[in-house]
Design a protein around this ligand. Structure first.
Ligand SMILES: [Zn+2]
Ligand SMILES: [Zn+2]
Length: 258
């Protein structure tokens, strides 16, 4: 049974990644409005009510915008850790569809096994996910300011990676952001630069990696072609077969089937 991955939206306007194996379909984050999320899901023939879970990385609005309506209107179970639930309005928004996971402990949704691992970011308890059907592993880490052992471990042995490559360091520093924001974005709990993403890619690369989606790309402090170039350089010659794409804010990505 193939596993399908589609980045429905990526960036500070909203994030959502669709993953399916057989009859099990989940989202990692639901950061678009319900209307826009439903529209993008319809482009890949998915009804919101058919989703088995939404797993949340953290409580920032670009990751949880439609969690409430999605859970209330379509009865989609929402999986989160306790710190994220407490730091947000999730408990009020989706009282009876809220399920807890413990960061570091795998849990199962139908045919999929999700392992949430901690990532350094300025929210209550941000996680990345490693998602597996027992055959194929997909790693998702979209908001992280720095790379830890747990991040490397969470993203190792993946067939596909959805990985933040947020900004070019000099574009950020020379760009229009006020100093406090520059500091926040580039800090250890902010967002990953192209160079830092490149170093991470290099350290988790292995022969089985087939797809790399560069995610959460800043529209102000980055250029997709620059992001791809840095990632390509990190993949090197041994990674020349890896299909590299870019997660977009304005349209869905291609469906990756493995
Ligand atoms: Zn974000
Ligand atoms: Zn965030």
């Amino acid at each position: 049974m193939p596993i399908e991955v589609c980045v429905l939206a990526s960036g500070s306007d909203g994030n959502a990644t669709y993953i399916r194996s057989g009859s099990t379909a989940i989202l990692i984050d639901a950061g678009l409005s319900l209307k826009e999320l439903s529209r993008r899901l319809s482009l890949i023939d998915v009804e919101p009510r058919s989703l088995d879970a939404v797993a949340i990385t953290h409580e920032h609005i670009d990751h949880v915008r439609s969690i409430g309506p999605l859970s209330r209107r379509h009865r989609v179970p929402v999986f989160t850790n306790d710190a994220t639930a407490r730091a947000s309005t999730l408990r009020a928004q989706c009282a009876d569809t809220l399920e807890r996971f413990t960061t570091g402990s795998p849990f199962e949704v139908g045919r999929l096994r999700l392992r949430p691992f901690p990532v350094p970011h300025d929210a209550a308890e941000t996680v990345g996910f490693s998602v597996s059907d027992g055959r194929v592993n997909v790693g998702v880490a979209t908001d992280l300011g720095s790379v830890t052992l747990e991040v490397r471990d969470g993203l190792s042995n993946c067939d596909a990676l959805v990985l933040e490559s947020n900004h070019d360091e000099s574009m950020l520093m020379e760009g229009p952001y006020p100093p406090f924001l520059k500091e926040r974005v580039s800090g250890p709990h902010g967002h990953l630069s192209n160079a830092a993403a490149g170093a991470l890619i290099e350290s988790v690369f292995h022969g089985g990696l087939r797809y790399l989606v560069l995610a959460h790309i800043s529209r102000i402090n980055n250029v997709p072609s620059l992001t791809v170039k840095t990632a390509r350089r990190a993949l090197g010659r041994s990674g020349s077969d890896v299909l590299v794409s870019v997660g977009r804010h304005d349209m869905i990505g291609e469906i990756i089937t493995m």
